[in-house]
Ligand binder design. Structure first.
Ligand code: HEC
Length: 152
């Protein structure tokens, strides 16, 4: 068959091969193009998510510390104590991951009421877990009360 090819048929075959190569080139370009296209939207996603994670990451240790009290013996700020002991259930501004907001708690309740709520919530018929001195020292409670009272 090949031996019987006329010059015209040979030219036609050459053109056919040229078209094949052109088609292959387009196909490869198309593949390359679609690869880049499918990769491009994926690339920003992994880089978009990590910046969010560091925001959530610091909340995790605070959650783990919740209910454990300040056992480090180190002086903590009221905000740190709140984040550690109360932030699991409560939130003041951006501090804490809980759903029950204590925003403006300082203009609603005084320190005496707050002390009862924290030490013996049952007295307020509250379902909140109590924070006895073994869990929250008097010193940390005082620091926490100052912080809560300042949330006007
Ligand atoms: C396990 C979840 C939980 C933790 C931890 C917790 N609370 Fe609560 N707290 C609640 C719930 C639930 C309520 C409201 C319903 C109720 O009183 O039964 C509440 C109510 C309160 C209120 C009354 C809010 C109002 O507007 O009347 C205050 C104040 C409060 N909590 C302070 C704290 C403080 C301070 C801490 C940390 C020392 C803390 N809570 C830890 C669950 C929690």
């Amino acid at each position: 068959m090949i031996h019987g090819l006329s010059a015209g048929a040979s030219r036609a075959r050459g053109q056919f091969i040229a078209v094949c190569f052109a088609g292959l080139a387009l196909f490869l370009a198309g593949c390359g193009g679609s690869n880049t296209n499918s990769n491009t939207p994926q690339t920003p996603s992994p880089t978009t998510y990590p910046p969010n994670k560091p925001t959530a990451a610091p909340a995790a240790p605070a959650n783990k510390g919740a209910m454990m009290g300040n056992t480090s013996g180190k002086a903590m700020t009221g905000e740190q104590i709140f984040a550690m002991d109360c932030g699991r259930c409560h939130k003041i501004g951006s501090v804490g991951t809980g759903r029950i907001s204590l925003d403006h708690i300082g203009s609603k309740k005084d320190k005496a009421w707050l002390t009862v709520q924290i030490r013996t919530p049952a007295q307020h018929h509250s379902r909140m877990p109590p924070f006895p001195a073994s869990r929250l020292s008097d010193k940390d409670l005082a620091t926490l009360l100052t912080y809560l009272s300042s949330q006007k």
